[in-house]
Design a protein around this ligand. Structure first.
Ligand code: UN1
Length: 491
């Protein structure tokens, strides 16, 4: 299957004439041939989005919402098939891939409703016979740059609110997951998004992404990805005074107190640390454990980790799928080495699997480190793989201090049955998302999603927070007094 770019309502080959391969990380099979577009292709997409903008921003918001509603319906009908495709090109197990599509469905219906809300407000004026209100305005062309770990959900978090707010879109998906982006844009087209309103360009960050950042006709950039690239995006787009939303890394922790329901905590830990093979921004990679239960938790967790079955995500028996590519496996391997050099104790895993059936994919055994000190590199740097580090603490204050010590602040969690401890944790955990008696993953689309400190630059995605990013406030004054009234001037 050979994918094409989508520009001004046409499916077109890249001007560059170059292609690269989309590979199944679970078995090395080729899933699709993907355009390696040039800056010129990206410029044509930007031009199309610019041309379509004025008509789209004037198209009534409820009608924009109705198109998104149809998108949600089509996604719903095709959920199973899209999830299978996602597992093939990205590796996550089928049930999680279906969850990823479900997030897109949820976002479509949520943002469809915003077409009839997008509330502004009215407020009294300080002068008589004068009316004051604040409304949301579209901004222009939105440059959307997305990662491979949520090939459907994250593009929908960005594209749907951008559209309902009246912006047009240029979209560059991750090179590792082009097929799901291709399917999504086909669905947008089928649902009735007019030509030029959404444009899709496959290619590298250096050629396509960079063009979005630099081109003055792109007004805002919404980026999810690595911290290193995020800083570059902030610099280049920020210097050009574009609005920039960055959703970057995490080093999320689960705290387990001595009064916790350990059965529940263990289920939550396994799901958060090894779901999506640890390749979520929200994945749990630190376990902060009260010293009274440390030994018991480590032993029970290790036993459960040994039972996790590695395999292709389309096989029913599989618990943990592959990593995205060889480079990712090498990175995890390096961190396992670093952890051992730092003096952490390898409890389970720490190697590639030896089974013959897994040699064609990028697999790594779920890994647990014990006796990790909070300042070790494995406890502070994002690994983005199935590696969990256990840290021992003596009380809640220390647990919170350890949680807050890292440079990231996306998600955190505490297992405790003590309501006082739970509320202190809610107050003091310095992350954008906090869970009580649940793991660190599984954010719902109608609440704000994002993190503090090094996780981003202060914006939030999803929920009404997404409207704040994708629209601009306009303050409107209507003076119906028929004479000059001067605000702030003494009569
Ligand atoms: C991400 O990893 O970037 O909360 C997104 C979760 C999912 C989204 C994760 N709903 O884990």
């Amino acid at each position: 299957m050979k994918l094409k770019n989508y520009i001004a309502g046409q499916w077109v080959e890249p001007e560059s004439g170059r292609y690269h391969q989309d590979i199944d990380p679970g078995n090395g099979e080729v899933v699709a041939e993907v355009p390696a577009s040039s800056p010129r292709d990206a410029e044509r997409a930007i031009e199309a989005a610019r041309d379509a903008y004025d008509r789209w921003r004037k198209y009534p918001a409820p009608k924009r919402g109705e198109i998104l509603f149809r998108v949600g319906q089509i996604l719903q009908e095709r959920k199973h098939e899209l999830a299978q495709k996602m597992t093939r090109e990205m590796g996550k197990v089928y049930t999680e891939a279906a969850g990823d599509v479900q997030e897109g469905i949820d976002m479509a219906f949520y943002m469809a409703g915003e077409g009839r809300r997008s509330f502004g407000y009215t407020t009294p004026s300080e002068l008589p016979d004068k009316f004051a209100m604040a409304t949301r305005d579209a901004i222009g062309v939105a440059g959307i740059i997305t990662p491979w770990n949520f090939p459907m959900a994250i593009p929908t978090w960005k594209i749907f609110p951008a559209l309902v707010c009246g912006n047009t879109v240029v979209f560059k998906p991750a090179s590792e997951t082009p097929l799901l982006a291709y399917e999504l844009v086909h669905i947008l087209e089928e649902a009735g998004v007019p030509a030029g309103v959404v444009n899709l360009v496959f290619g590298s960050g250096a050629e396509v992404g960079e063009t979005f950042l630099q081109d003055p006709r792109v007004n805002l950039i919404s980026f999810t990805g690595s911290n290193e690239t995020g800083r570059h995006v902030a610099k280049v787009a920020g210097e050009r005074l574009k609005r920039v939303s960055l959703e970057l890394g995490g080093k999320n922790a689960i705290i387990v107190m001595d009064d916790a329901d350990l059965d529940l905590a263990i289920d939550g830990i396994l799901w958060s640390a090894f779901g999506t093979s640890g390749q979520r921004c929200t994945a749990c990679s630190r376990l902060i454990v009260h010293e009274h239960i440390y030994e018991e938790l480590e032993a029970r967790l290790a036993a459960r980790i040994r039972q996790l079955k590695l395999g292709h995500g389309l096989e029913d028996a599989t618990d943990v799928g592959p990593l995205i590519n060889e480079k990712a496996v090498q990175k995890v391997e390096q961190y396992v080495e670093i952890g051992q050099q730092e003096g952490a104790r390898l409890v389970v895993g720490g190697h590639r699997p030896t089974e013959a059936a897994l040699q064609r994919g990028h697999y790594f055994a779920p890994t647990l480190f014990g006796d990790v000190r909070p300042d070790m590199r494995i406890a502070t740097e994002e690994i983005f793989g199935p590696v969990l580090s256990m840290i021992r603490v003596k009380d809640l204050d220390e647990a919170i201090e350890v949680n807050n010590r890292v440079t990231y602040g996306l998600s955190s969690s505490i297992f405790t049955r003590d309501v006082n401890r739970a509320f202190r944790a809610i107050r003091d955990l310095a992350t954008g998302i906090v869970y009580i008696n649940a793991g660190t993953i599984g954010a719902e689309i109608h609440l704000p999603f994002g993190g503090t400190r090094g996780t981003g630059n202060g914006h939030r995605e999803a929920g009404t927070a997404a409207l704040d990013f994708f629209s601009e406030w306009k303050a409107v004054y209507v003076d119906y007094s028929g004479r000059l009234q001067r605000a702030q001037i003494d009569a």
